[in-house]
Ligand binder design. Sequence first.
Ligand SMILES: [Zn+2]
Length: 456
Amino acid sequence: MSDLHPAASPAIETAVQNVLSEARADLEALVRIPSIWADPAHRDDTHRSAAAVAELARAEGADAVEVVSAGEGAPAVIARWPAPPGAPTVLLYAHHDVQPTGGDEKWTSPPFQPTERDGRLYGRGAADDKAGVMTHLSVLRAFRSLEGGLPVGVTLFIEGEEESGSPTLPALLAEHREKLAADVIVIADSSNPATDVPALTTSLRGLVDCTVEVSMLERPAHSGVYGGALGDALTALCRLLATLHDDKGRVAIPGLVHNDSSAPDLDEATFRSDAGVLDGVELIGTGTLPERLWQQPAASVLGIDAPKVSEVANVLLPSARAVVSLRLAPGQDPLDAQRALHEHLQTHAPWGATVTVTPGMVGAPFALDPVGAVYDTARRTFAAAYGNETVEVGIGGSIPFIAEFARTFPGAAVLVTGVGDPASRWHGIDESLHLDMFRRAVLAEALLLTELGGRS
Ligand SMILES: [Zn+2]
């Protein structure tokens, strides 16, 4: 596929190769900072990680580097490199906050001690999304050694509360709108289908969740004296939650958007092993895996408040509650979905139980039409860097800020690129980055900026 290689690629490949060991050291330093913004005990760490990112941007000769926040929001970093005359400006996005570890003792090596095994760097944030941060910084670094320097203007925007649902991002975008305006937005916070197959993520599911409480009695009642004529609230709650799916495991809430997908099906065995599915356990839902994961709604129960098994008494429980999470297909209005979920919960409780629904998060799904010169350039340059054609993928997760970017900068082309692969275990135990894929990701972005700057 040599015709796919832009003419400048040998020099760029060398420049990228030359910055990788320093990038690896900087990535490890970032991973050592437990920037779990969602945990109040790690607020200072998140400020430290923003400061570390700002320092890296300064070292790459940014014109202006700021650590900004909106109200009580997390610190974000904005750094700018001016555009050469006539060249476009590209906004490079990633986030420096990370998910909680899920239990440090469950990790093979400690989550905040980056450790290499079999060509992968393990650590919380090694992929999601400190690899995104270092992809952008490595590209900037590579261009410093190349004649002519940066081919485009760059605005680096590194958020600090993505894993908390970006609550103050709309305020940040509004406040810094002029600084952040760009012709192209590159969001390095998604996944590739394999370490040598580049992807553009073109659809993401939305999200609504709620707390549902079922009440049956004014107070606990003796289960021997009253059981048989009185139901208990936990059983009623379980019966209510069971109505969220039909017997095939499809979401049974009426009125939700379901789409088809033309994406090639995923290998079920690989999918099962990546997800850690036990032998004999069936998958739920119908349709291809891309349909079930990216284009259809999904309902899950994330938690229940009920007495601990070790503390039970022989009483009928007066009330019980649960958190229900609903992922939404592209094209779904999240407020319509929220209404449908609430109505379903309110009308399906058994035995006349009282139901109270408290709304939670609301995030819009997103789908983009990757048509036009920027997307063609991305497909071509990514294919050149990875040695395989660029594919379009959806992701089942939700990144509400992408819709926010698209709304704020309607003229910009949005590219959502991969810094993980199916084995990266984002948000899970033993998160990791495939190091050779990281090299390809840096090269891909460097080639993209070169062509966007008209230097190919
Ligand atoms: Zn992320």
